[in-house]
Design a protein around this ligand. Sequence first.
Ligand SMILES: Cc1cc2nc3c(=O)[nH]c(=O)nc-3n(C[C@H](O)[C@H](O)[C@H](O)COP(=O)(O)O)c2cc1C
Length: 210
Amino acid sequence: MGLLAVGMVGTALAQGPDAIKLPLPETEGGKPLMQALKERRSTREFADRPLPRQVLSNLLWAANGVNRPETGKRTAPSARDWREIDIYLVMAEGAYRYDAGTHTLKRVAGGDLRKHTGVQDFVATAPINLVYAADHDRMSGAGADQKALYSATDTGFIAQNVYLFCASAGLATVVRGSVDREALSAALGLGRNRKIILAQSVGYPAGSAP
Ligand SMILES: Cc1cc2nc3c(=O)[nH]c(=O)nc-3n(C[C@H](O)[C@H](O)[C@H](O)COP(=O)(O)O)c2cc1C
């Protein structure tokens, strides 16, 4: 498996590498929380330029990265600490799963699958579409209702982390429930027990200066 370090990764690759080791997240700075809350909003118009790897790293760490290495716990809470939500990134160069423990992206599918991540036109050109999927196999002891409830609530925390990071970093984002889950699950090669909850598009706002 090829593992490319930061800086070796081109942004215009037609086919991305098997794994992308992200740079360490920048966990200091950003806008004050109250300002980020003031600026949080949904935006549906994106510039098509890609996000630098450092911004991607910061985004994913904010979303659900490890903030307590001694326990592996995350920036978002999760019911019974199941950590059942995986984040998939669907980008022009391929689809990847975020591995929080190693802060690495692992490719799950090649090619540009962005148009499959939703029913709205902008998803095909937004540089990143995050897809939140619950692994029900990790939710030991839970019945079907609890699995549905907690995987939805746990996703909400992650999506809000992304909203606040985007507000802080001057990025545009919108969380989306309008997804053909069956088709997207097939495109990403997800098994029966992985359930897509929501998607979220992220990019620079349309018309913003590079
Ligand atoms: C669970 C959920 C599903 C949503 N699904 C969609 C969607 O499919 N498409 C979309 O454009 N916006 C979607 N939104 C965004 C809402 O439309 C948006 O949050 C709402 O209009 C309030 O706007 P604001 O986020 O700017 O405050 C969704 C929001 C949530 C919380």
